[in-house]
Design a protein around this ligand. Structure first.
Ligand SMILES: C[S@@+](CC[C@H](N)C(=O)[O-])C[C@H]1O[C@@H](n2cnc3c(N)ncnc32)[C@H](O)[C@@H]1O
Length: 236
């Protein structure tokens, strides 16, 4: 099954960008996922092809017009298109690995990239857009956020990662950050690899990794740690 991504943007030349390299690039060549970009400006009807206008109620900046965006969305994803319609937005629900997994298990995504001060609220409601944030900071446009989302999804598509187990063991899977990783040389600037990792004792190695993952999560992400412990308490 191919994952179909459609990105609505004023800057189609930003795609596929980094997604044409490495794992994602090879996966696109192999037909694991496909990408279509839609130039929002093609759906403007005014003489000057305006896609934005001044905010109702006054204030700085410009707002993307609901009518232009609705036409672009309807062209890209008719009502019977089963793919979720996402709007990249700093106001959205923060993207997490669970949502990434859900998206990767589905048929694809239609992704609207905002610009200026954002988009008219009415098109968000009228077209059922799911607002998704990539973090608590403001980007100048939704395009880098869409690239982040697609990168995270594509690497989980079947066959994209060479060793499928690597997806299950990494950060956030199981609610923990990943344990520290080491490789050769055995001694780097007088820092040895922790001895347990060279012991060949798989049970001890697994226990060490688990303890380190828990320590890092406790220290760095008390929010994840609290959520994990809450879940554990719920299990009968
Ligand atoms: C300059 S921002 C608009 C910010 C908006 N005025 C606000 O304060 O919420 C322009 C566009 O960039 C995108 N964007 C900015 N930050 C983002 C983030 N953290 N996550 C996802 N998209 C973001 C959105 O598509 C947004 O419409």
């Amino acid at each position: 099954m191919t994952f179909h991504a459609t990105v609505l943007t004023l800057y189609p030349e930003m795609f596929p960008g980094s997604l044409d390299l490495s794992l994602a690039g090879r996966a696109r060549e192999a037909g694991t996922w496909s990408l279509e970009t839609v130039q929002i400006r093609d759906f403007a009807t005014s003489k000057h092809r305006n896609v934005d206008d001044t905010p109702a109620g006054g204030g700085a900046g410009m707002v993307m017009r609901a009518d232009v965006l609705a036409r672009a969305i309807d062209h890209a994803a008719p009502a019977d298109d089963p793919r979720p319609r996402l709007l990249m937005s700093p106001r959205g629900k923060p993207l997490d690995q669970q949502r990434v997994r859900e998206l990767a298990a589905g048929p694809g995504a239609v992704i609207l990239c905002g610009r200026f001060e954002g988009v008219d609220q009415r098109v968000i409601e009228a077209r059922g857009l799911e607002e998704v944030s990539v973090g608590d900071y403001v980007l100048s446009g939704g395009e880098p956020a869409a690239l982040v989302l697609l990168d995270a999804v594509i690497r989980l598509l079947p066959g994209v990662m060479g060793n499928d187990a690597s997806g299950e063991e990494e950060s956030f899977e199981g609610g923990l950050l990943e344990h520290p990783q080491y490789t050769r040389p055995q001694l780097f600037e007088e820092r040895p690899i922790p001895e347990v990792l060279l012991s060949g004792n798989h049970a001890k190695i697994a226990a060490w990794r688990r303890a380190e993952a828990e320590r890092l999560t406790r220290e760095r992400r008390p929010d994840l740690w609290a959520a994990l412990n809450k879940d554990r308490q719920r299990v009968p």
